[in-house]
Design a protein around this ligand. Structure first.
Ligand code: PGA
Length: 252
């Protein structure tokens, strides 16, 4: 059984005090939830205070990016072991906004994933096609290349512990969610690909999240799909009540 993960990607939103206020509001409304792994990903500057605020709760901490080296003359970068040091257990890698605006490629994603695993973080590796790629019929080719190249050289038993997030770029922040069937189709494709590239055991264990305009009113249908193991939530994670409704999707 794969434990569902609901992760909130706060992107470039919220000051330190706003971030702490959000988790303080979230804690009491999700504190009974045991069946879902709850993750929040604040901006770097808020990680330390959010880490203190969630100590002893069932909320886990993620960063939104990392570098692949442990230390050195790399101005402006943050190493995985420093994320571990501040209390993160997850890190989002290769989000489409990073691929689009900050030059992340499958090669850099691959290095970051390996570095994150070495630092004992669970990477949330993002893949997804653009609208033009979907419309030209190349969704599966694009996803296959991203998964293959982002995870190259990683042993099957490590892949089993990773989280992959399928986020169609056309669905991010647009209010246009993939239909349950469109998402399931790609999730199944990714799982079969992992079986082929790594092992059936890794495919069975790896958790594949859907991301792109997940809201309280569409999460249930998505989560009912056999190969959707959770959600990576942007906009709807910025308010405690909407994120809590997504976390507690099974109760609604
Ligand atoms: P969204 O963002 O939920 O606002 O579409 C999802 C994401 O980018 O991870």
């Amino acid at each position: 059984m794969r434990k569902p993960v609901i992760a909130g990607n706060w992107k470039l939103f919220k000051t330190i005090s706003e971030s702490v206020a959000l988790v303080d509001a979230l804690k009491p409304i999700v504190d009974k939830t045991r069946s879902v792994e709850i993750v929040v990903a604040p901006v770097f500057t808020a990680l330390s205070r959010v880490s203190e605020a969630i100590a002893g709760s069932n909320i886990n901490l993620s960063a939104q990016n990392c570098f692949w080296e442990e230390e050195g003359a790399f101005t402006g970068e943050v190493a995985p072991k420093l994320l571990k040091d501040v209390g993160c257990s997850y890190v989002i890698i290769g989000h489409s906004e990073r691929r689009q605006y900050f030059g992340d490629t499958d090669l850099s994603v691959n290095k970051k994933v390996k570095a994150a695993v070495s630092a004992d973080l669970t990477p949330i590796v993002c893949v997804g096609e653009t609208l033009a790629e979907r419309e030209s019929g190349s969704t599966f080719t694009v996803i296959e290349a991203q998964v293959k190249n982002s995870l190259t050289g990683i042993p099957a038993e490590v892949v089993a512990r990773l989280i992959i997030a399928y986020e169609p770029v056309w669905a991010i922040g647009t209010g246009k969610t993939a239909s349950d069937e469109q998402a399931q189709e790609v999730h199944l494709f990714i799982r079969e690909l992992v079986a082929r590239l790594f092992s059936p055991g890794a495919a069975d264990k790896v958790r594949i999240l859907y991301g792109g305009s997940v809201k309280p009113d569409n999460v249930k249908g998505l989560m009912a799909q056999p190969d959707i193991d959770g959600a990576l939530v942007g906009g709807a994670s910025l308010k405690a009540d909407s994120f809590a409704s997504i976390v507690n999707y099974a109760a609604s």
